[in-house]
Design a protein around this ligand. Sequence first.
Ligand code: AMP
Length: 366
Amino acid sequence: MIEPGGRIGILGGGQLGRMLAIAAAELGFTCHIYCPEENAPATDVAATSTCAAYEDADALARFADSVDVVTYEFENVPAETARILAEHAPVRPGVVALATAQDRIVEKNFLASHDIPTAPFADIPDEATLVEAVARIGTPSILKTRRFGYDGKGQARIDTPADAIAAYEAIGRAPAILEGFVHFEREISVIVARGRNGATAAYDPVENIHKHHILDQSLAPARISEALADKARAIASHIVTDLDYVGVMGVEMFVLGTDEGGPRLLVNEIAPRVHNSGHWTQDACAISQFEQHIRAICGWPLGSATRHSDAVMTNLIGEDAHDWARLAGQSDTALHLYGKAEARKGRKMGHFTRLYPLGHAPKTLR
Ligand code: AMP
């Protein structure tokens, strides 16, 4: 166990790193942030920071030598960076989890080999394979780059077989995955934690609404049956256990309605880190996803994932954040701002969570 007074290294200086550092401070830890950007949001709330490239082996070694454990707030940590860090300090979640979540084919193969349902998919190394896979999987389908995709970037929809080559061009002919298009009823996610002793704790599934490919709102709990919610939690716990994972993970799922042979769940993607769709836990649970992650990587017992209130979390994107004074005046609303100076279009500036008594979440979102 890493005791209070210990130092946690966080790779990445964005809002997730910032909220991890705040949660770490609540348990008596200090943080050292490592990121290539000057004045990153996480550095405002951390004891120490290093501004250096993720390829700077000397700076990485010095950083890892100065902390008791290293974690990260984004999944695209280069494999070589993780390897160097792991020579100097424990890296949690581990390198296997990182390698699995970084590559959509490795991720889907992992899920399939552990009997976790996903959309039909195919590995696309070249154009000929794409044409054959579109014929087999059918249309509509979605072509996604294997690596570095986020918020809908690196994706192209294929509506007819004749669209296949244009879609391949649109993603820059990068190594890709083809997925059957899922006619989902709703999108949900489960935030799950696994401790060093193998114990797991899964929060209630939430329902996610996207706007312009960016998460807009999360509704806690998701509008699904208790039986399906249990199943979603069980799938998420199964994934972290099979990966021998330590820390918090976000598991995104599609819910299929009765017209698609449901209700049933397909896993879309896993994120080996705290997740935007888990921000509601800061205000609607005794132990937030951020504290839970710190507990897990420090070898502490996990806290309860019980929800004491219903909640709607809304992201403040770009100029939305200018509304802070009005939001600050609203009752039952917790405002979280990330300290970013410039409200650029599409940039996550903060979020707010509105609380409701259990069972009284709004039935419709905006
Ligand atoms: P992803 O980057 O995989 O999380 O995809 C971003 C968004 O695209 C998801 O939240 C879904 O709304 C949509 N999407 C991704 N994959 C599929 C799929 N196979 N079928 C239908 N919609 C999808």
